[in-house]
Design a binder for this molecule. Structure first.
Ligand SMILES: [Zn+2]
Length: 336
């Protein structure tokens, strides 16, 4: 399948960060240059680091954190969200869950203003491009359980802005899930979906605990589930879906090549999986490129790609009826 034909397939994406500071930086540079040129040149690959350290280095190399506070305005947040949704819609994404966790934005604007600005973009993008979207609030492990609880309360209070879930991210090895059991219980009780970055930098036990201690409905990455047969079986039986982000794993040195990516084994074991772009600007990727690399690595056809999209519809943080409608929409699109 060519990249062009892949672009035509209706898509759903569940693991996509807003990359707030990076997008604000691009916005500011564009305004300063008075042009619409995009794509800042940003990636100096710090190859000697691996895993989460490498992610930190890549972010640092991108100068993502070096944007002035003054850029955190509701108008700019609306604009970068609109740009992300428009870029995603250009790949025929029909539904996307965007996660946002920038501490400065929440701190400087307040959660409500931040998410209201994003909600305005959500409406504009749906009107202009027909793309539907929901938001997930990211909790960063290193910032501790108290901030986590505040973020959950923010998410619950902004349900009307399209917030449907929370995501646990950050340093998985040094901040065990148990620290966040209480805030995430609060999230579940309030009807939010829970996803956790796990089994990315740490092993299978991190996925087990994300499921049992945090009640995670989905797992961000989770590729190290491949090391534990019983866990793969559990994921399959319980329908706990992995949000696979192939380029991200490769760039962070978690897999040495696409052909060595565990997705083949995970697929063989029937683990529910979706395909995602994670941090597309930081990693120079997009959802079509991600699908292309999966197609090429696993020698898949269009029917199987549609299966991935149907799995994403089933795992979306939406009410049951909307999930079913979404599944029909992506499955029916290639029905012959
Ligand atoms: Zn992520």
């Amino acid at each position: 399948m060519s990249l062009d034909s892949i672009r035509q397939i209706p898509k759903i994406e569940l693991h996509l960060h807003l990359e707030t500071s990076l997008r604000l930086r691009r916005l500011a540079e564009r305004q300063a240059a008075g042009s619409s040129a995009d794509n800042p040149s940003l990636i100096a690959d710090p190859a000697k680091f691996a895993g989460y350290d490498r992610l930190r280095r890549i972010r640092y190399a991108s100068r993502a954190g070096h944007v002035p506070d003054a850029l955190y305005t509701p108008d700019n947040i609306e604009q970068i969200t609109y740009e992300l949704l428009s870029e995603t819609a250009a790949h025929r994404s029909t539904y996307v869950e965007v996660r946002v966790g920038g501490r400065r934005g929440f701190h400087l604007l307040g959660a409500r203003r931040m998410l209201e600005a994003m909600a305005r973009a959500r409406k504009r993008a749906e009107d202009a491009h027909g793309i539907r979207s929901r938001f997930i609030v990211t909790i960063v492990r290193e910032r501790g359980p108290e901030e986590a609880e505040q973020r959950v309360r923010d998410a619950l209070a902004c349900h009307d802005c399209g917030v449907v879930g929370v995501d646990l991210a950050g340093d998985e090895e040094n901040y065990p899930p148990t620290l966040f059991a209480r805030p995430l219980a609060l999230a579940r009780e309030g009807g939010l979906g829970v996803t956790a970055h796990a089994g990315e930098f740490a092993g299978p036990s991190s996925i087990w605990t994300a499921i049992y201690q945090l009640g995670a409905h989905r797992i961000g990455h989770g590729i190290r589930a491949v090391e534990d047969r019983q866990l793969m079986e559990h994921l399959r039986e319980r329908g706990v879906t992995l949000e696979i982000c192939p380029t991200s794993n490769l760039r962070l040195g978690l897999v040495h090549s696409m052909s060595a990516h565990p997705m083949r084994l995970l697929l063989e074991h029937g683990v529910p999986m979706t395909i995602n772009s994670d941090d597309p600007m930081l990693l120079s990727t997009d959802i079509s490129k991600e699908i292309e690399s999966v197609v090429r690595t696993l020698a898949l056809g269009e029917r199987q790609i549609t299966e991935f999209m149907a799995a994403a519809a089933r795992a979306a943080f939406l009410p049951e009826g909307e999930r079913a409608a979404l599944e029909r929409a992506v499955s029916g699109a290639v029905a012959r």
